[in-house]
Write a protein that binds this ligand. Structure first.
Ligand code: ZN
Length: 314
């Protein structure tokens, strides 16, 4: 099956033509999310048209458009239900009408971590599994779950997507979701600068002199022997590990796939989580495998065909 695929990130979008497990052509565009998503739709249409030309296919060869959105989505009504300070106009957009008028194709839309899970199952680290938890470590912490080869969606289509908002510390740091102490409030890229500033050794740390603190900077300083950076990173590993165990207890998966930009440092993250899961997860049947995502930025694009084929969305 050939499909058009859009993967919308916070400040960019990938617009592609995919054929099953292969990305035939992909156009990357920068977006200013402050201007809203409605204003960006013409640029998305144009990028998809360029990808179609590059791929050498006709629109009539394509089965539909699969749209990966960084927020909560109702895949049955094809609507965004809630955003988190990105593309706040998205709930008012009729994506289906857009795809019909621009490409004369049907459209399906879902949360980006769900698309990434489908992509990793189609052609990446989760091939051959029907019971999967996906975790994306990035600006926030995204999640998705599949049980018995069906995506977990729930009554309001948000089940499984809020893995980053499971509790890591009762009464902890204020989160963007309205709760406190969520995994992403205790260990994510957006929370990191404040976490470092609150550490008692911050003033003496090289981190205090950096214009920006991300995980790359944190790991560089930790590697150089900085106590503040090392302790904050250790804390993040503990939060992520405890979060993965909570997700295993919730969804009973065979494999947990860890993706997102922070996982470019997988060598320093995965062994700690794997060991914590081995010690702490209650899985008498055996060991849950914790794997690094294999597809990187193409995972959500390769989720396009399985999303379009998903018989549970009608
Ligand atoms: Zn939260």
């Amino acid at each position: 099956m050939i499909a058009l695929a859009v993967d919308l990130g916070g400040s960019h979008a990938a617009c592609a033509v995919v054929n099953g497990e292969v990305v035939l052509a992909c156009e990357h565009i920068e977006l200013a999310h402050a201007h809203g998503l409605m204003a960006a739709l013409p640029a998305l249409s144009a990028a998809l048209q360029r990808a179609v030309v590059k791929a050498g296919v006709a629109l009539t060869d394509c089965a539909g458009v699969a749209f990966s959105f960084c927020g909560l989505v109702d895949p049955v009504r094809r609507r965004v239900t809630s955003t988190n300070a990105k593309y706040d106009d998205a709930p008012g957009i009729d994506f289906e009408a857009w795809a019909r008028s621009e490409f004369d194709l049907p459209l399906r839309i879902d949360n980006d971590a769900r698309l990434a899970l489908l992509g990793e199952r189609q052609a990446g680290a989760a091939t051959g599994f029907d019971d999967i938890v996906m975790v994306t470590l990035g600006t926030g912490v995204g999640g998705a779950a599949m049980m018995g080869a069906r995506l977990v969606r729930g009554r309001h289509y948000q089940a499984g997507c809020l893995g980053g908002h499971l509790l890591a510390r009762y009464g902890g740091r204020e989160c963007t979701c309205g709760a406190r102490g969520c995994i992403e409030a205790e260990a994510s890229t957006w929370a990191l600068p404040e976490m470092c500033r609150e550490h008692p050794a911050f003033a003496a740390s090289p981190l205090a002199y950096l214009p920006k603190i991300g995980f790359e900077e944190l790991l560089r300083c930790a590697g150089g022997g900085d106590v503040c950076a090392a302790e904050v990173f250790r804390r993040c590993l503990d939060v992520w590990s405890a979060g993965v165990v909570a997700l295993i207890h919730a969804y009973d998966p065979e494999v947990v796939i860890m993706g997102g930009g922070v996982m470019s440092a997988a060598d320093q993250i995965l062994p700690a989580i794997t060991e914590y899961v081995r010690q702490r997860a209650w899985t008498p049947w055996g060991q849950v495998q914790v794997r690094r995502a294999a597809l990187g930025n193409t995972a959500a694009l390769l989720g396009a065909v399985p999303l379009l084929e998903d018989a549970s969305i009608e």
